[in-house]
Design a protein around this ligand. Structure first.
Ligand code: PLP
Length: 369
């Protein structure tokens, strides 16, 4: 069997009874949209992440979009984020009519270089949008200071950071709101699409709930500000509830995989992930770096190991964002990374033998480069 960066079939085999039972229980409940499963999942997920409210939505992109709208970010507002992220972060900013402004990333963690944020602030800046990429948090204290000084809101993109901690604080509890994705590959993944926006601010939560429900208060059926239909599905919510109970186990499994890579690849010339001080990494992705990245990926195919790159095209270099006006070379760290990083297989049900095979193949390929 080929080894890939992500696979869910072994996990499904192990959890099948529970997953099928989740589906069956929703189908038998008599309530298929915004029922008990969504409500309970919202309460349980908010508690897990350490905030007061959670609004379940249909995917992570809309979680970011609704988060921005609920925080009052709209047309013409500038949102400071990074180009080294999953494109949906930026698609969501664009989707509310706001203007993404990019800082470069740090050469060690590949996360937002917060030292560059202040220089990017203008009179139009409304929001700072740190992305807790790969499973560890951006350095938040400087952002919180800048947000207070310049009257900005912080929206955390936590799509890759369920359960991550930063100096003891939970990802998603540090900004005014935070967006999560439950895309199947994520640290907490659904069996289909799902997302959530969390906050401790009751007014922001009320706005999120209106935005995901056409713009209506559920009890009044009147639209004041037109919204979207962006509800979390009841079936996915019940599956997520079951999986939330195992989230700490999944994270422990990911950390065990990371520890085996760190040991098996320590002296190979590959640059392994650096964990910033104060961070508890949840290893959504295990991203390594080497100047001969493309040759390595190609050679590993012969060993039946199929790797991917997250992300090969920085968002500012994509044709869809050419209008933002970032010339090649404008974000040098981001651009050089894009040629050198790649992701190793990383998921909690990755069998130890499969991982050993990857390590052995990688060591062999690196020796022969
Ligand atoms: C996955 C992801 C998203 C989008 O989530 P979807 O559920 O796929 O819409 C947004 N931001 C980041 C950083 C992601 O990794």
């Amino acid at each position: 069997m080929p080894t890939r960066v992500w696979d869910y079939l072994l996990e499904y085999e192990a959890e099948r009874t529970d997953i099928i039972d989740a589906v069956e229980s929703v189908f038998r409940s008599g309530r298929l949209i915004l029922g008990d499963s969504v409500r309970c999942f919202e309460e349980e997920f908010a508690a897990y992440q350490g905030v007061r409210h959670c609004a379940g939505v249909d995917n992570g992109t809309n979680a970011v979009k609704l988060g921005l709208q609920a925080l009052g970010v709209g047309p013409g507002d500038e949102v400071i984020t990074v180009s080294n992220t999953a494109a949906p972060t930026v698609v969501a900013i664009d989707g509310v009519g706001a203007v993404p402004v990019f800082t470069d990333v740090r050469p060690d963690t590949y996360l937002m270089d917060v030292g560059q944020v202040e220089a990017a602030i203008t009179s139009r800046t409304r929001c700072l949008l740190p992305v807790h990429l790969y499973g560890q948090c951006v350095d938040m204290a400087p952002l919180e200071r800048l947000a207070a000084e310049h009257d900005l809101v912080i929206l955390e993109d936590c799509a890759q950071a369920h359960g991550a901690r930063h100096h003891g604080r939970m990802a998603g509890s540090m900004g005014a709101a935070a967006a999560f994705s439950f895309y199947p590959t994520k640290v907490l993944g659904a069996y289909g699409d799902g997302g959530a926006t969390i906050t401790s601010d009751g007014a922001v939560d009320a706005s999120l709930r209106r935005h995901r429900y056409y713009g209506m208060e559920r009890t009044y059926y009147v639209v004041e500000t037109p919204g979207h239909n962006s509800r979390l599905d009841e079936v996915q919510a019940e599956i997520l509830r079951r999986k939330l109970g195992r989230l700490d186990q999944y994270i422990a499994g990911r950390r065990a995989v990371a520890a085996r890579y760190a040991e098996g690849l320590a002296d190979t010339g590959l640059v392994l992930p650096a964990v910033a001080e104060g961070n508890d990494h949840v290893y959504y992705l295990y991203v390594v770096r080497h100047p001969r990245r493309d040759d390595i990926i190609e050679a590993l195919r012969a060993h039946d190991v199929h790797l991917t790159v997250s992300y090969p095209w920085p968002v500012h270099t994509m044709s869809g964002f050419a209008h933002l006006g970032y010339a090649p070379g404008s974000l040098p760290v981001t651009e050089s990374l894009a040629h050198e990083i790649f992701s190793l297989p990383m998921y909690p049900s990755l069998p130890v033998e499969a991982q050993e095979k990857v390590i052995t193949a990688l060591r062999e390929v690196l020796k022969r480069l």
